[in-house]
Design a protein around this ligand. Sequence first.
Ligand code: EPZ
Length: 430
Amino acid sequence: MDRIRIVGGNELTGSIPISGAKNAALPLMIASLLTDDTLTLENVPHLADVEQLIRILGNHGVDYSVNGRREKQQEGYARTINFTARSIVDTTAPYELVSKMRASFWVIGPLLARMGEARVSLPGGCAIGTRPVDLFIEGLQKLGAEIDIDSGYINARAPNGRLTGNRYVFPKVSVGATHVLMMAASLAKGETVLENAAREPEIVNLADCLNAMGAKIHGAGTETITIDGVDSLSGARHAVIPDRIETGTYAMAVAMTGGDVTLENARPDLLQGALDVIAQTGAEIIPVNSGIRVKRNGAGISPVDITTEPFPGFPTDLQAQFMGLMTMAEGKSRITETIFENRFMHVQELARLGAHITLAGQTAIVEGVSKLKGAPVMATDLRASVSLVIAGLAAEGETTVNRVYHLDRGFERLEEKLSGCGATIERISA
Ligand code: EPZ
């Protein structure tokens, strides 16, 4: 298994290109199931999760070509990929595939809307929490779906082959369930109103794409989304937004090591809340034409308390990285996780680098230390792993991060981007 070796202590200086967002690309790719035309997506990142979803969609009959050529691995940033689901050859998403990536469960919405039926494996638990699917089931039932659960699979059918618009109030904000209901309602008969919907930028990105395909969606980005169902959708060309979590991660890396880095293509409006928090820690955040410039000179890191919340609040996907930054703050900070119940697995690994963190329920209390010291570490999820990388960049001496496959799921060319800014970081292939 590959490892990442870091020798910490260097400031970061230069520029880092921000890739297309994983969490925007995945639902956009799934939307290709809604039409027999070609959906062309620009700015698709080259990530393990994207490749895995290409395989999963292929199982349902989605053909793809990268930059006009059909090939498995296309190196290079900002790929343009054509997805064509001329016909759906299988409405079952099997356990072997869904268990590898939770987002693949989201195929249930388009399959049901287009084919009138879907059989999708329950995704099961995962490292960061139990992550149930009750909201998907309840929401699709509101649209008229008949659902039963049998042998670990959800069997869903639309009576007479088509879903019917309705009003659904989410009892809890869910990004995935909002994506799925928006896709399903686009092809339903009549109007659907989704209340207490997720407002994440990835929701807006998907709604814009669906509208370009002929859907009639209003209000994405607010808590009430209205969808007028249409009979069919066409192809479109649409760009994946820049990755706000990658942006925030590198901004925190610079806030931690010091230096001056321009995050090319980054969009401040996608993570203003998090940027404000990073500025409060003492880094300078400067919007520039090409993206966002992040600077910190010799000044210390100020402690800031945060609580994760649905957008526009502080994102749970930046919580681990922020904890990394706070381990070297001049004082005590409190980090409260409200989205996932088990998203503190980085705590004990950060402690291996010398961090002082105590847990009290869903809150981590971080006592900043003046220096961290490199050590071998490993993490059990994507964002936790990258928090160890940024802590390693600031630590004295050598840190090795094991289980790099977590990082490959969501960070494109991580070591290349960081070494381009002066970090000593390399991948060691097993
Ligand atoms: C998306 O997951 C992201 N994944 C996650 O990013 C992100 O952490 C999360 O949204 C929150 O922002 C993708 O976009 C692919 P949710 P999702 O449904 O949609 C509960 C990463 O590292 N819930 O908004 O699965 C759920 O358990 C990943 O890139 C129910 O109770 O998250 C959680 O507590 C990790 N019932 C809360 O809602 C349901 O039916 C929010 O989850 C659905 C969700």
